[in-house]
Design a binder for this molecule. Structure first.
Ligand code: GLA
Length: 408
């Protein structure tokens, strides 16, 4: 009788990144059999277009080459067993249901419960599953580790159920619903859609009303440098939902379905509380900047891109008020190094987190040196730097997963 190669045996035709190997190994140890499915979903970095997504506007993120990996296998009951290697091996066990209970204290368990709950009503044959999760998307940095977890879970669960009818866009919507309905953050669709549809060497222009996406190639010879201020951010506890409410208030006052439909002229014609006026001005100007930045990227016009990224940062700082002093300092430092050959700004929801710099590759050592010399967090720590490439969107494969396909 032929012996089947195990997912980790030397005869396996795959060569997996260490995190993928770790989840496959831990799965095999915990369940005594190898996983049948391996899923991967990336985090994202946003080049420009902040808080525009829930205003039906435009964003320009890229999926990054940092992923959540999930080893999964079927169960013969309708239970879910989940193990999170990055949470000191914490686990969770719950019935697969469209209305699972919240886990006391929430955290990663609520992301797992809430995400699978969105999929259950759409499954032709709901199937219980075992899951082992780990990843290298930094957590709490604004690089969408939770969206990558959700997309990885959805891709894995679909494979286990032998059901792959849902598109990346539909899965992104389910992942967003999990955040909105279960976790309690009124986030938009950007993170989930970037994780679902990312493309190597490209950013993704997303129209958050139609959900149309267009890959925009990143200029040759440039790098994506992400610098974490080490100021931790928390979406649910932060003023994120408040910003969203203010935008909706402005849209109502302007008589438009969403701020996507508003112009600066319209804004000048209504009487709004100063704060709400400035929130709306950020969204209106930021939407234009995204479209202009797309043109600049396509034309390889780095000076123009740099000006737009700087203006975006200033608008987030002064109008939307979502930056903190440490992040302002980090952005200024990066803008200084990048000069006219690219741009830098805060990226993500705000209130801490990271700055993104798109810069010429040869400037990377100079940027690292400037960060080391010029930046310390409020606790006196240096910035954490992630040099990333734009990577592929979420994917799941069944064993034997064909060499290379899961990471491409
Ligand atoms: C978070 C949310 C996104 C988006 C950004 C800000 O990442 O999850 O939907 O609103 O903040 O651009």
């Amino acid at each position: 009788m032929a012996t089947l190669a195990s997912p980790l045996s030397s005869s396996s035709s795959t060569s997996l990144p260490p995190t993928a190997e770790a989840v496959v190994r831990a799965y095999t140890e915990r369940h005594g059999v190898a996983p049948t499915v391996l899923a991967r979903a990336p985090g994202r970095v946003n080049l420009i277009g902040e808080h525009t997504d829930y205003n039906d506007g435009f964003v320009l993120p890229a999926a990054i080459d940092r992923d959540t990996w999930i080893a999964a296998g079927p169960r013969d009951d309708l239970q879910v067993d989940a193990l999170a290697l990055d949470e000191s091996g914490a686990d969770d066990h719950f019935p697969l249901s469209a209305t699972p209970p919240h886990f006391p204290g929430g955290g990663w368990r609520d992301h797992v419960r809430g995400t699978l709950a969105q999929l259950v009503p759409l499954m032709a044959r709901p199937a219980g599953m075992n899951l082992v999760i780990s990843g290298d998307v930094p957590m709490g940095a604004g690089l969408s580790s939770s969206a990558s977890l959700a997309l990885g879970l959805l891709r894995a669960a679909q494979r286990i159920a032998g059901d792959s009818a849902l598109t990346g866009k539909q899965l992104a919507r389910l992942a967003q619903q999990a955040e909105n309905r279960f976790v309690g953050c009124q986030c938009g669709i950007m993170d989930q859609l970037a994780s679902a549809e990312g493309k190597p060497e490209h950013a993704l222009l997303i129209d958050c009303r139609s959900l149309d996406t267009r890959p925009v190639s990143l200029p040759e010879g440039t790098a994506l440098l992400i610098a974490h201020s080490r100021v931790k951010r928390g979406l649910v506890d932060s003023a994120y939902n408040e910003r969203r409410a203010q935008c909706e208030q402005a849209a109502r006052a302007l008589g438009v379905p969403a701020l996507r439909d508003a112009t600066l002229e319209m804004l000048a014609g209504v009487k709004l509380e100063d704060k709400v006026f400035r929130r709306a001005r950020h969204i209106i100007t930021e939407n234009s900047r995204v479209l202009e930045a797309t043109e600049a990227l396509q034309a390889g016009d780095l000076p123009r891109l740099g000006r737009l990224m700087k203006a975006s940062h200033e608008s987030m700082r002064d109008d939307f008020e979502i930056t903190v002093p440490a992040v302002d300092q980090l952005a200024a430092l990066l803008q200084d190094v990048v000069g006219h050959e690219g741009g830098a700004r805060m990226t993500g929801g705000g209130f801490g987190g990271c700055c993104i710099a798109l810069l010429k590759k040869e400037l990377v050592p100079k940027a690292l040196e400037a960060l080391e010399r010029g930046y310390r967090s409020p606790e006196g720590l240096p910035a954490l730097v992630y040099l990333c490439e734009a990577g592929p969107g979420a994917k799941a494969e069944s064993w034997p997963w064909p060499a290379g396909t899961i990471t491409a």
